[in-house]
Design a protein around this ligand. Sequence first.
Ligand code: APR
Length: 256
Amino acid sequence: MEPDLDAAARCLVNARYVIALTGAGLSVESGIPPFRGPGGLWTKHGEPPMNGYQRFLADPRKAWEDRLNPSGPMRELWDALAVAEPNPGHRALVDLEDMDILRATITQNVDNLHRLAGSRRLLEIHGNATLIRCIQCVQRFEHDEIDYAVLPPACPLCRGLLKSDTVSFGEPIPPDVLTACGEETEYADCMLVAGTSATVYPAAGFPMAIAERGGDLIEVNPYPSELSSYCRVTIAGPAAEVLPALVERVRALRAS
Ligand code: APR
């Protein structure tokens, strides 16, 4: 791992514009199961139906009843989210931001842990489980700002239909965050990819766009992913261990 850490640190220090892409693997050491691979929710329970959003639109009242009283794999996920805390991997990304190395973090995670860790330029492409979003005006609200006496609840601003801010399978990514992710990807010449299988689009397309332009990808993942063969450096290890070690290498390199 040592030579890879040095190579990765050199990439980060020499890059013009670095961004990060994170996935469920980053939060495994916070007690949240991944979706795929060993211990994955979908591995255990099977992939969910790919038309979650259409089912929401067909019967939003039922969808809200299920959201407020989750069962099965979603119960397991919400229970883990409720008690999870950021780990050293999340904090290492904040350190890289503080060192003006990391310009933005695109996360596929809905667990709010990047926010709790203090990430400033954060793009939650699959939404945030603590928030509620209006599908009409795209305004987002804290969970306790909404009255759930009548389901489905209506937007306090435009009376539009509210849903969890988490992006369901089959749902278009909200335009504001998708545009921002595209812009950050265009600026970047280096991407730190941590804890994702890189199998879900459009998120998995961002590192590919950077690689196709000749940019560097640095992967942190205990197992190979769809991206590994496109990466300049791949570090095979858990994010909560590797990312803090990478920060120390960057500090040492800058001091030398
Ligand atoms: N540190 C780093 N990576 C890890 C760790 C760890 N401790 N443990 C597992 N991983 C890696 C796995 O090897 C795998 O490649 O994290 C990845 C998790 O992959 P997925 O479970 O597919 O998660 P993700 O890529 O975030 O999924 C994308 O799919 O189900 C949807 O909306 C959901 O946002 C999610 C999207």
